[in-house]
Design a protein around this ligand. Structure first.
Ligand code: ADP
Ligand code: MG
Ligand code: MG
Length: 893
């Protein structure tokens, strides 16, 4: 019956597209199995089983039977039973969610070993040491991850055993030592967990499966998911995989490999290998690995086979893959593959390389990069010409230039960063307990571990600068200090700089310079030129792919000619928001004050007349910078008190003048005005279109300045394309009144200058009422620009200036939203109003132009949403334009 839930899939039954059900690891193990690659047989318990278990608190009844059936089949294939005394089948129980969550979930190896079967394993392998090493690993992993025993107790016991033997690495311990260690480990389990280490192999397996399920809701997993915006209701799959052994002597080993360099994207042999080792030994940085290339001289046959498999995988997945493998006495086994994480720079390079290889097309290439990566590439870097004191060099694990105070534990990292300090987290190696410290730090520096160590993998995932394996640095976390070659000591709080692109570590603060990608956008570096590096070339090509694909146009929020010119260099197709309030500051403040204080019509007109030529000049410059492209000018929006002096400051001035009996008539009038204009809730007060309606002549002066500036540019045979935007409209009547006056002024300027100006007039949609009556408003508007900042404030009833600091952290922690609605558009609420208003507006006026200004215009996820609801353009700050262009292209594929 196909309707009965199927909770378990053999590796031969799944495929790579079943990630939702089998998790990433399980789906790819199945894919490799079906490609005919050497994968140890096994089966996958689905995410559905996990969800059912987590919902009800107990394993679904059918699950146990299905697991039994699959275990029977596995035992038949392998010709031995789980934990069989004379020749035990051993398995690993491995978690694997849809998205890889490095270090979050735990894997238990060697399940099936017991006091009895360890003897059988020793006889079968002809290696007693190996059997006891495997057993002690099982008790250690099982004790820690399944029974919750503090892992350090086992580590300490292991260290003590090594010390007693005067050896430094665990491979030097002999069978007898390991036997004693097993006894010790079992005692630790008994004391700490209050139970014996289970001798029944099936009980071991069942408890491990349950522990994997439970780990989905562990604190660290939850924190990671929140950080990475992974939904909490996916559940994890569990893989049961027959064991292969890399710890069977020097002709065995375990390793990790990449089909390309995850830092540069170059093809080649990248990875680490460790002889006579099992599982996580490579990633944990316990012993020093050798570069993968050396495997060729250690075991040529396995090396050749691995190279062949890597090529098969890359051609099959059409992407960079990372791989975990084990060699058991000369036989190669594949234990994991997935499309590998990579640095932002490598993502761009790999995407274009794969296009050149004919493996993917331009549209597919766009799905391989994202705006966040591009933003990361636009970060500044260290100035190489600066005088620096380099004290070490590690592995360039995750790019960026980070400067901060040295801290040696996560607690301090979090504490100091909360109080506004920039910190670099320095550890010998990191583990999952360091996650919140890593999040808090500017960068991470470790003295151990390779490109695949925990620190490196997690930092790359977070886009955080990381240098790892800087071996000449002696990190002493207990004494909170680090000793650098030459003996100098870095104490907690000393400033260090780390370069995640070169791996270099410096003392003190190193100055930073702009990234080559920004130099390229600025037009100071050209792709194809000698000095252009591969990265610039790749970014240039990807931007071209995106520009060819995208439907959304990208404009800039720019208030002056300088910003407008930069925006143009960055690819802006016009200005979507020019805020005129910035033009009323500085020297012009006095004129604005006079306007506000005016008692008579004549006084008011006089100050407006003085402002007019200044405004006009602003617009002439702007039209010049954006010649031939639309420039949307928003008429004055903020409450007037923002142009007046601060109330307390003014009161003091008045009081002082009074006591000194100095003339203070002007101050007094100002103070009265400030009192008159004072509002409890200025955000909802006299601002936007309301100013235009109650202060005679203000908006018409601005409209005249725009019209005269446009006429002047036209007379100069240029192509100004002004659009006049009325802010904070709630009803069509407001717009109609303002519009009528504006039309008159424009007609008058057209008459006197004998020019047809073709100025468009439109409005912002930033109040719920405007969105709800968009159909009516469109009758008086030639365009809408969604002001999603104010719309978010008014739809949620959030005062942006207050809530972000006061309770948003609590909201984020409680998962009420995964990201601030001011950062990424709230699709369900604010977004649905945008969609409805766009539709209603277009129903009234089919050629209504629709855009968005506000922070969301440069936010990747929001850009996709605006594409979907059919807007014509997004507008964002000049620096975010490349990101918006790229994301608009990605949205269109
Ligand atoms: P992670 O998600 O942390 O990588 P894995 O499930 O891949 O966890 O397992 C951890 C380590 O144990 C890896 O190095 C993996 O290759 C190794 N491992 C897992 N299952 C087996 C197995 N059946 N035989 C040998 N090694 C295994
Ligand atoms: Mg792990
Ligand atoms: Mg793995």
């Amino acid at each position: 019956d196909p309707h009965v839930a199927k909770f378990v899939y053999d590796f031969t039954e799944g495929n790579k597209d079943l990630k939702d059900l089998l998790g990433g690891k399980g789906a790819n193990l199945a894919e490799m199995t079906n490609l005919g690659l050497p994968v140890p047989p096994g089966f996958t318990i689905t995410t559905e089983a996990c969800k059912t278990y987590l919902d009800s608190g107990e394993e679904p009844a059918a699950l146990r039977d299905e697991v039994s059936a699959h275990l029977d089949a596995l035992e038949a294939t392998m010709g031995k039973k789980l934990g069989q005394a004379d020749d035990p089948l051993l398995v690993s129980v491995r978690s694997g969610a849809k998205f890889s969550m490095p270090g979050m979930m735990d894997t238990v190896l060697n399940i099936g070993l017991s006091d009895k079967s360890v003897q059988g394993l020793a006889r079968q392998a002809g290696d007693e040491r190996f059997a006891w090493d495997s057993y002690r690993r099982l008790i250690q992993m099982f004790g820690k991850t399944v029974l919750g025993v503090d892992g350090e107790l086992f580590e300490d016991a292991l260290d003590a055993a090594k010390a007693a033997r005067k050896v430094t690495v665990d491979t030097e311990l002999e069978a007898a030592d390991l036997k004693k260690l097993v006894t010790k480990f079992k005692k630790i389990v008994k004391t700490e967990a209050g139970r014996d280490f289970p001798q029944d192999p099936r009980e071991q397996m069942d408890l491990a499966i349950k522990a994997v399920f439970d780990s989905w809701n562990g604190d660290r997993a939850k924190l990671y998911r929140r950080q990475e915006r992974i939904p909490h209701d996916l559940g994890t799959a569990v893989n049961v995989c027959s064991m292969v052994f890399g710890n069977l002597g020097p002709d065995s080993g375990t390793g990790v490999a990449f089909t390309r360099d995850p830092a540069s994207g170059h093809q080649g042999v990248y990875g680490d290998y460790l002889q006579n080792a099992q599982g996580e030994d490579v990633v944990a940085g316990i012993r020093n690995t050798v570069p993968l290339a050396e495997l060729e001289s250690i075991d040529k046959k396995s090396y050749d086979r691995l190279m062949q498999i890597m090529e098969i995988l890359e051609n099959h997945y059409k992407d960079l893959c990372d791989i975990e493998f084990t060699i058991e006495r000369g036989q190669l086994w594949m234990l994991q593959t997935r499309v590998g994480k990579r640095t932002a720079g490598a993502a761009f390079r790999i995407a274009t390389q794969l296009v050149d290889q004919g493996l993917i097309d331009e549209a597919e290439a766009l799905t391989r990069v994202n705006g966040a990566q591009l933003a990361q590439l636009m970060f500044p870097r260290f100035d190489e010409s600066a005088k620096v004191e380099q004290v070490g060099r590690g592995i360039a694990a995750s790019p960026g230039a980070a400067v901060g105070k040295a801290v040696f534990d996560s607690y301090t990292a979090v504490k100091w960063s909360r109080s506004g300090e920039k910190v670099i987290l320095i550890r010998r190696e990191t583990n999952p307990d360091d996650l919140d410290g890593m999040i808090a730090a500017e960068g991470i520096l470790t003295s151990r571990g390779g490109k695949t160590s925990h620190a490196a993998v997690v930092a790359r995932g977070m886009g955080k600068t990381c240098v790892c394996g800087a071996e000449e640095l002696e990190v002493d976390t207990k004494r909170r200090r680090m000793t650098v070659p030459g003996g100098q000591v870095v104490e907690e709080g000393d400033v260090v700089s780390i370069d995640g692109s070169s791996g270099k570590v410096y003392l003190g603060e190193v100055p930073v310079v702009p990234s080559p990608v920004v130099e390229y956008f600025e037009g100071r570096m050209h792709p194809g030129a000698d000095d252009a590096d591969e990265l610039v070339e790749a970014v240039h090509r990807m931007m071209a792919f995106a520009d060819r694909k995208r439907r959304l146009r990208v404009r800039a929020n720019a208030d002056n000619a300088e910003d407008a010119l930069r925006a143009r260099r960055f690819g802006a197709q016009g200005i979507g928001l020019c805020r005129t309030e910035h033009m009323f500051l500085g020297d012009r403040r006095e004129l604005v004050e006079r306007l506000i204080l005016a008692d008579t019509e004549a006084e008011r007109e006089e100050s407006l007349k003085a402002l007019l030529p200044l405004q006009k000049r602003d617009f002439v410059e702007l039209f010049e910078a954006m010649d031939g492209l639309p420039v949307t000018i928003r008429l004055l929006d903020p409450p007037l008190h923002e142009f007046l002096p601060d109330i307390t400051e003014l009161s003091v001035r008045v009081a002082l003048a009074e006591s000194r009996q100095e003339p203070h008539e002007n101050e007094l009038r100002l103070l009265q005005a400030v009192h008159r204009l004072h509002e409890q809730n200025p955000m909802l007060g006299l601002r936007g279109v309301r100013l235009g309606l109650v202060i005679p002549g203000l908006f018409t002066m601005q409209v005249r300045a725009i019209a005269e500036a446009a006429a002047e540019r036209r007379a100069a045979k240029c192509d100004p394309r002004a659009e006049i935007m009325i802010p904070l409209v709630g009803t069509v009547q407001e717009l109609e009144i303002v519009r009528e006056e504006a039309d008159q002024v424009i007609a008058e300027v057209e008459r006197t200058t004998d020019t047809r100006l073709k100025l468009a007039i439109g409005t912002m949609i930033e109040l719920p009422r405007a969105a709800l009556t968009a159909g009516q408003i469109a009758e008086a508007a030639e365009f809408f620009s969604f002001g999603t900042n104010d719309l978010t404030q008014t739809v949620w009833g959030f005062s942006r200036d207050d809530v972000e600091a006061s309770f948003f952290t609590a909201y984020l922690e409680k998962g009420i939203f995964g990201v601030s609605p001011f950062e990424t558009i709230d699709k369900d609420g604010v977004g649905s109003l945008v969609a409805a208003a766009a539709k209603a507006g277009r129903a009234t006026r089919p050629d209504l132009k629709l855009g968005v200004c506000g922070e969301h215009g440069g936010d990747p996820e929001s850009v996709h949403f605006f594409h979907q609801v059919g807007l014509d353009y997004v507008s964002c700050s000049p620096f975010r334009i490349p990101v918006a262009r790229l994301e608009a292209g990605r949205a269109a594929v």
